[in-house]
Ligand binder design. Structure first.
Ligand code: AMP
Ligand code: ZN
Length: 136
């Protein structure tokens, strides 16, 4: 189902034109309008889901095979040196468009793009506590 006033519903379903690199009955893949690198694109389902939590298992099961297909295409056409697959859920995590999408970001030597993750050093027993919380 489409959602009224959702920009990605309109883009995915072709109601608003996009720079589409791939389309099938479930998805449209188009160039991000503010790309982090050359060829940065988005896998967007035609059906509306707010985020990964809401995504159907059927659509979810097709996202990674499609990501791999697009990686191959982009490798062939643009010749990337590395590749980030990024998917944000919730404002806190950087989601700005609340229709599920997956970023495909080809990386090139010296591209200067930053897909940052800062790591922490957990104290004694901290990881075990988290594990206990998750598994209890
Ligand atoms: P996120 O921050 O993960 O929700 O990503 C949203 C992405 O959508 C950003 O990278 C935007 O640049 C991109 N975006 C927003 N509007 C458009 C649009 N009309 N066409 C293409 N990409 C868009
Ligand atoms: Zn939508």
């Amino acid at each position: 189902m489409k959602k009224e006033d959702c920009i990605f519903c309109k883009l995915a379903n072709g109601d608003i034109p996009t720079n589409t690199i791939y389309e099938d009955s479930d998805f449209r893949v188009f160039l991000d309008s503010s790309p982090a690198t050359k060829g940065h694109c988005l896998i967007v389902p035609k059906e509306h889901f707010d985020n990964l939590e809401e995504l159907s298992d059927d659509v979810a099961s097709k996202v990674f095979p499609l990501a791999r297909k697009m990686m191959k295409l982009l490798k062939e056409k643009l010749g990337w040196d590395g590749f980030n697959v990024v998917q944000n859920n919730g404002e806190l995590a950087g989601q700005t468009v609340f229709h599920f999408h997956t970023h495909l970001i080809p990386r090139y030597e010296g591209d200067g793009a930053s897909i940052a993750m800062s790591h922490t050093s957990p104290g004694e027993g901290e990881l075990e506590k988290v594990l206990e919380q998750i598994l209890s």
